[in-house]
Write a protein that binds this ligand. Structure first.
Ligand code: ASP
Ligand code: MG
Length: 400
């Protein structure tokens, strides 16, 4: 018995039947004598649909108005879920983000939670209500609605679990946990029993879509243990925590990310300060650069190649063309980043060569490489991404 926070994603509450299914899971947990706070996302593709609706009317709408609109998605799902729980005969109340005390800063569309005023939440729990909270939203100091960025309701759930010192934080989704690769694409992908925050953070950032990376950051900061599990199949999922038993695995996962633009600046004058000028310029426009490669100078010139997200690619090219008229700027968006992640590689030499060998055996050309203590990423042709993930997965994950 204790306090349990349960979060359900959009697909878990997509229609009436799924909402009833969630009500059943929540009330089963409550029946066992627990206090339960439930955080939900908008139903199915509601948020995407709302964004599309806005674009039909004004593709450059103010971010404040976008937040007013997008927050509506979660308002629908909390009230419907509360009605479902009520129909099963349990005491329940739904709360919007502001009613649940979510104070955020004022960055519309990407707000950060500052704190959670707990009075209302505590009062409702004291009344033995199941509390259903709208994820993804809060309120700023001007009493305006804010949203936390796409996928933000994971973060809402972790924030509540941290604030209320919950005994457990369960993230229910439409897969059974965290896998060594996308199980829809790699048939030998294995579900992990446990994974560390750091590994999960890398996986989430590198393209695994199971948890939002900010939620993992917050879970690590406040020591909230997470369990990722399926709302449709009641079996144990994956635990995300600080330390894990190694499970004799060198790596925990292989990911791919196609949201990559590869920008090449060819024939730059080889003078000091040129790299500084380029990346300073990009950073003032909030363009986040990922992998950077600089060639050795020859004949007084050099090349600088870097990656950023696709939506930043065009802007980056424009900025660079305005900066340099004597060199060639090329953008390639037909690339993918394939990565392996695992704390085990820190103490195992040869991890990189094993990955490169798997790609070589599959005749896949590597265009760029980047490494950190617990990950190795390569940039390859986008059309080869699925094949690369399968080959690398096969090389590392024992098939038993
Ligand atoms: N409904 C929001 C979105 O689709 C928040 C979430 O799903 O976590 O991004
Ligand atoms: Mg959603």
């Amino acid at each position: 018995m204790g306090l349990i926070v349960q979060k359900f994603g959009g697909s878990s509450v997509a229609d009436a039947q799924r909402v009833m299914n969630v009500a059943k899971i929540v009330t089963d947990t409550y029946k066992q004598g627990n206090d339960v706070v439930v955080v939900v996302s908008a139903q199915g593709d509601t948020t995407d649909d709302l964004i599309e609706k806005a674009a039909e009317i004004n593709p450059h709408a103010a971010k404040r108005e976008m937040d007013q609109l997008m927050a509506a998605g979660e308002q629908i799902s909390i009230s419907l879920l509360a009605m479902a729980i009520e129909s099963l005969g349990f005491p329940v109340i739904s709360l919007l983000g502001w009613q649940a005390g979510f104070n955020t800063n004022s960055i519309y569309g990407a707000a950060r939670i500052k704190n959670i005023r707990q009075n209302r939440l505590q009062a409702e729990l004291a009344r033995h209500n199941i509390v259903v909270v709208a994820g993804f939203q809060g309120i700023n100091r001007y009493d305006d609605l804010t949203t936390l960025g796409r996928g933000g309701s994971d973060t809402s759930a972790v924030a509540i679990a941290a604030a209320l010192r919950a005994d457990r934080c369960q993230i229910f989704t439409d897969v059974e946990g965290v896998y060594t690769a996308d199980p829809r694409k790699v048939k030998d992908a294995k579900k992990l029993k446990e994974i560390t925050y750091d590994e999960m953070l890398e996986l989430a950032t590198l393209g695994a879509q199971v948890l939002n990376n900010r939620s993992v950051e917050m879970a690590k900061k406040y020591g909230v243990e997470l369990e990722v599990l399926s709302s449709l199949n009641p079996i144990p999922g994956t635990i995300v925590k600080e330390y894990t038993k190694m499970e004799k695995m060198l790596i925990r996962g292989v990911t791919q990310d196609k949201d990559v633009a590869l920008i090449s600046i060819l024939g730059l004058k080889d003078t000091p300060g040129v790299a500084f000028r380029i990346f300073e310029k990009l950073s003032t426009k909030n363009i986040n650069v990922d992998i950077i490669l600089q060639s050795f100078g020859r004949d007084g010139t050099k090349d600088i190649i870097f990656t950023c997200t696709k939506d930043n690619g065009a802007l980056a090219v424009e900025l660079l063309e305005n900066m340099f008229d004597d060199c060639k700027i090329v953008s390639n968006t037909n690339v993918a980043k394939v990565s392996i992640v695992g704390a085990g590689m820190e103490s195992h030499p040869g991890t990189a060569s094993k990955m490169f060998e798997a790609l070589y055996d599959s005749n896949i050309n590597i265009q760029m490489i980047s490494t950190s203590e617990i990950k190795i990423s390569v940039i390859i042709d986008a059309d080869e991404a699925d094949r690369a993930v399968s080959a690398v997965h096969k090389a590392f994950i024992p098939n038993d």
